[in-house]
Design a protein around this ligand. Structure first.
Ligand code: XMP
Length: 510
């Protein structure tokens, strides 16, 4: 489908440009800023957006687009760094801003311009820049200003090139969506509609084309991504999809039942559950180091999965719930992000098993996957479930894992989540769970002295899990959870609540 192609120059807001366009049902793709023009033009763009970025256009080595793109005749919208690139490419001047603007500023439109069609002459916009365009060459003219920035927007209508110093993709910019819509629908004349129904259809067709008469195996984790990927592949190839669910013995209360009932019986996925808890626990015995736990679990998981998958003769494809951010992160100008901990997934599988990958969610953001799942009738117990790490409860038992400790943390976690559910807080927080600390402390229960374990509760607010703040749960909710945990979970005499954000902490306790 023809789309607006966004060149990513490294701004933290690049994702938001694609999101904002897709919310307007405008197809949008993100590519690394320095991608060769043939690759970009192969996507059949109707227009280009140059994103913002942290660099200075004049610095040696600052990212630049393939010069052929300027000859392509395509409309271009440059945002912040992208605007500065357009200006400098055409002989204008870019310099450090004498008065830097961060945050909200009032933009005043001085000359009518197609991207500002339908806007009032003054509106609030989000600024975040160190440099600015200080002078224009012949082609461009200034079309808007702020108190501090004389060249807040520019246009060259003969080429359909536009630049804005502010960020229309950010929610704080009034009429930001309207500006993007004016560019995409008005200037670029893109009429296609990107809807979940169209995404579903095109992905089903793509899966059929890739798989042909072959069969696909899929590891279900109980999470959203693998469930939606499996449901979509099932629609494409029906009986030739085989799902494997490895019960590691490290799952939360109700997880296995949710998968078997909601995905198996209600949705009709063919699922084979593999009972593997005993071996996972044996291999984890005495291991305290969280990274070693992760490695052991990852390896054991792959062993089980591989063994089961091999029994299904003739399977040539492996389904994975890879999402758009994973794809972009690996190609963006930043390079892959630093590895803080090894995430457990089935990444090691295809190489070992010579399976080809099917990744039907590669083009979607997480909340788009949820919308797609809803469209396909996947129940909200799966779609709206809090994230849960692959290595499961093993990392939430700090120190060596034992069956008793897993049972304690599983029950405490279930109680905490039940209290959140019944108080209406489950939907308001991004993720909540209990962890078992490797300390014991003195307490008094009834008339006796106790010397028992401490459980810590964690609830966070986040957008994507990269950063997070601790949730301000009401004291009554914390009190209800703590009281129930102490009275119902044998072996716990103290409950604490974590009030650390990420950074400096992480979300998980491990
Ligand atoms: P951290 O603890 O790194 O976690 O702040 C960020 C988010 O990622 C989840 N998480 C995982 N998810 N496999 C996953 O699929 C994993 O190995 C894993 N480890 C952490 C964590 O629950 C939080 O939502």
């Amino acid at each position: 489908m023809p789309s607006i192609v966004i060149l990513d120059f490294g701004s933290q807001y690049t994702f938001l440009i694609a999101r904002a366009l897709r919310e307007l049902q405008i197809p949008a793709d993100i590519v690394p800023a320095t991608a060769p023009s043939e690759k970009i033009l192969a996507l059949a763009p109707r227009g280009l957006v140059f994103s913002g970025g942290p660099d200075s256009v004049g610095r040696r080595g600052a990212p630049k687009p393939d010069p052929a793109l300027f000859q392509s005749g395509l409309p271009i919208l440059g945002i912040c760094y992208g605007m500065q690139l357009l200006a400098s490419h055409t002989g204008g001047k870019v310099a450090p801003a004498p008065r830097r603007e961060y945050g909200s500023a009032e933009v005043e439109i001085s000359t009518p311009c197609p991207i500002f069609k339908g806007l009032p002459s003054r509106f609030k916009a989000w600024m975040s820049h160190g440099d600015e365009v200080a002078g224009l060459s012949n082609g461009f003219k200034a079309v808007a200003k702020t108190a501090a920035v004389p060249l807040a927007a520019m246009s060259d209508q003969t080429k359909s090139w536009y630049g804005v110093q502010f960020h229309p993709e950010v929610a704080h910019t009034e009429f930001g969506s309207k500006i993007l819509e004016n560019f995409a629908r008005g200037v670029c004349k893109i009429s296609e509609r990107w809807t979940m129904a169209s995404v579903m259809e095109s992905q089903i067709a793509a899966v059929r084309a890739r798989v042909g008469r072959g069969s696909v195996v899929c590891a279900l984790s109980g999470g959203v991504d693998s469930a939606v990927a499996a449901a979509l592949i099932q629609r494409a190839i029906g009986e030739r999809l085989f799902c494997i669910f490895v019960d590691t013995g490290l799952l939360r209360e109700g997880d296995r039942d949710r998968v078997e009932t909601l995905l198996g019986r209600s949705l009709g996925l063919k699922i084979k559950t593999v009972e593997a808890g005993a071996l996972f626990l044996r291999r984890l015995r005495g291991v305290a180091d969280p990274e070693r736990k992760r490695k052991i679990i990852g390896k054991t998981f792959i062993e089980f999965f591989e063994k089961e998958a091999k029994r299904l003769r003739g399977v040539a494809f492996l389904a994975q719930g890879t999402l758009y951010p994973d794809v972009i992160e690996s190609v963006s100008v930043h390079g892959p992000s630093a590895s803080i901990k090894s995430h457990h997934n089935v990444g090691g599988l295809p190489k070992a098993m010579k399976l080809k990958l099917v990744e039907p969610l590669r083009a979607l953001f997480k909340d788009e996957v949820r919308t797609l799942g809803r469209e396909m009738g996947i129940p909200s117990e799966i779609l709206d479930a809090h994230p849960f790490p692959g290595p499961g409860l093993a990392i939430r038992v700090l120190g060596p894992v034992t069956p008793e400790k897993i049972a304690i943390v599983r029950r405490a976690d279930a109680i905490f989540r039940e209290v959140l559910e019944s108080s209406g807080w489950s939907k308001k927080v991004w993720q909540a769970f209990a962890a078992l600390l490797p300390v014991r402390s003195v307490g008094v229960m009834g008339d006796g002295r106790t010397y028992e374990n401490a459980v810590v509760l964690r609830a966070v607010d986040a957008r994507d899990g990269m950063t997070a703040d601790w949730s301000r749960l009401p004291h009554e909710v914390l009190q209800a959870a703590a009281a129930r945990i102490i009275s119902e979970v044998r072996g716990v005499n103290r409950v604490a609540y974590d009030v650390t954000s990420k950074p400096p902490a992480t979300i998980e306790w491990e």
